[in-house]
Design a protein around this ligand. Structure first.
Ligand SMILES: Cc1ncc(COP(=O)(O)O)c(C=O)c1O
Length: 382
């Protein structure tokens, strides 16, 4: 098996994840439910997970790290809050390559017409010159993906944040594809109110946890409420703290798994991973570019990228290429629209059935890359 689907989920998970999850299953206690030993041990795991996330992302207060069950739920919560009771002319600005986790909640709240795309270049990179001249109108905010799950392109979130601040607009960043591999210092991004993540992707944890940074002073309405173990005698959810968004028994094994996964960053810092993964992408690009019948789509911009490449093979549907590639080499990659039809519309691949996505990780070696490239060449020119 050659794993080329890191943009979907991590494999292998970071060291210690499995053991930590099993340990959590045996704890005999639940987070914030009671004062006995098991409950306290569970709460300590949660506190440590928040602390590790805060340290990783440059956040001074770990209480600003919410543990949603997924990045999708974090985004749905925040977008629903931004778009609550909108004026008739209110609009929301988003990027050109957004995932359905952003696009669908935005369209549900406002309708397609009022979800507007920031000015971008042909690759979907925000055009900062055009942005400087943009009149935001009656905007409720900006929701922008940090890195694309289709082409890997990385958006200039700091500069977009400065523009948001200038216009008093909240900036929400979808960091599902960047957290853990693109260095960020969230406390220093102007205008940023929220940064959502997927614990199971480049953070190396299990599915079921979507950490989210909420900036100090930004207190959206939770999407769901119920018991969270705090102020239980009151009819309303307490006003502050991350527990406000975590009603219901938390997924302790998932949180414990993520907590263990985050330990890896102590010995393998994000900046070094970014460097190594940028080189890896370059190697894949150089190996694939000479193949005449294979097009690498959505490039054409000098922006930095995560190791995600979007391919089309002339005359063959991406799904078919993926299936043949797996038969020939054992490679696992995802073909189609990757839950991001906006991105495919922008790079011109909506009609052709999307793309074949190659998302390698550092465990893949030169020989595996060569096997995949040779197989693609054979599939493209039988
Ligand atoms: C850019 C982007 N945003 C959001 C999501 C949603 O993440 P999850 O499915 O873990 O909630 C994904 C998942 O693929 C993604 O790639």
């Amino acid at each position: 098996m050659i794993y080329l689907d890191h943009a979907a989920t991590a494999h292998p998970r970071h060291p210690g994840v499995e053991e930590a999850m099993i340990h959590a299953l045996h704890l005999a206690g639940s987070v914030g439910r009671g004062a006995h030993g098991g409950a306290q041990a569970a709460s300590q795991i949660v506190a440590s997970c928040r602390q590790r996330l805060a340290d990783l992302l440059g956040v001074p207060d770990p209480q600003r790290m919410v543990l949603f069950p997924s990045s999708t739920l974090g985004l749905s919560t925040i977008i629903a809050d931004l778009c609550r009771d909108p004026q008739p002319d209110a609009i929301l600005w988003i990027g050109a390559l957004e995932h359905n986790a952003v696009w669908r909640p935005a369209v549900r709240a406002l309708g397609e017409e009022r979800v507007r795309c920031l000015p971008v270049d042909g690759a979907g990179l925000v055009d900062l010159k055009a942005l400087a001249e943009l009149n935001p109108g009656a905007a409720l905010g900006v929701v922008l993906q940090h890195a694309s799950n289709v082409t890997g392109i990385i958006q200039p979130i700091e500069e977009v944040g400065a523009w948001c601040q200038q216009h008093s607009l909240p900036l929400v960043v979808d960091g599902a594809q960047s957290a853990g591999i693109v260095p960020v210092h969230l406390g220093r991004i102007d205008g940023l109110v929220a940064f959502t993540m997927a614990g199971h992707k480049h953070l190396g944890g299990p599915p079921g946890i979507g950490p989210c940074y909420l900036a100090p002073g930004y207190e959206p309405q939770p999407l769901w409420i119920g018991g969270n173990g705090v102020d239980s005698a009151h009819p309303t959810i307490p006003a502050g703290g991350p527990g406000r968004f975590e009603s219901g028994t938390p997924n302790l094994p998932g949180i414990a798994g993520l907590e263990a996964a985050l330990r890896k960053f102590e010995v393998d810092p994000v900046a070094a991973r970014f460097e190594a993964l940028s080189q890896l992408r370059q190697l894949w690009y150089q190996s694939l570019a000479p193949l005449a019948a294979v097009e690498i789509v959505g490039e054409g911009s000098s922006a930095a990228r995560t190791p995600v490449l979007a391919l089309q093979v002339a005359g063959i549907a991406p799904e078919q290429v993926a299936a043949e590639l797996e038969v020939r080499t054992g490679a696992r990659c995802r073909a189609g629209f990757h839950c991001a039809p906006l991105a495919h519309r922008h790079i011109g691949t909506l009609e052709g059935g999307g793309t074949l996505r190659i998302a390698p990780g550092l465990e893949s070696d030169d020989l595996q890359r060569q096997q995949v490239v040779d197989a693609l060449a054979a599939i493209a020119s039988p």
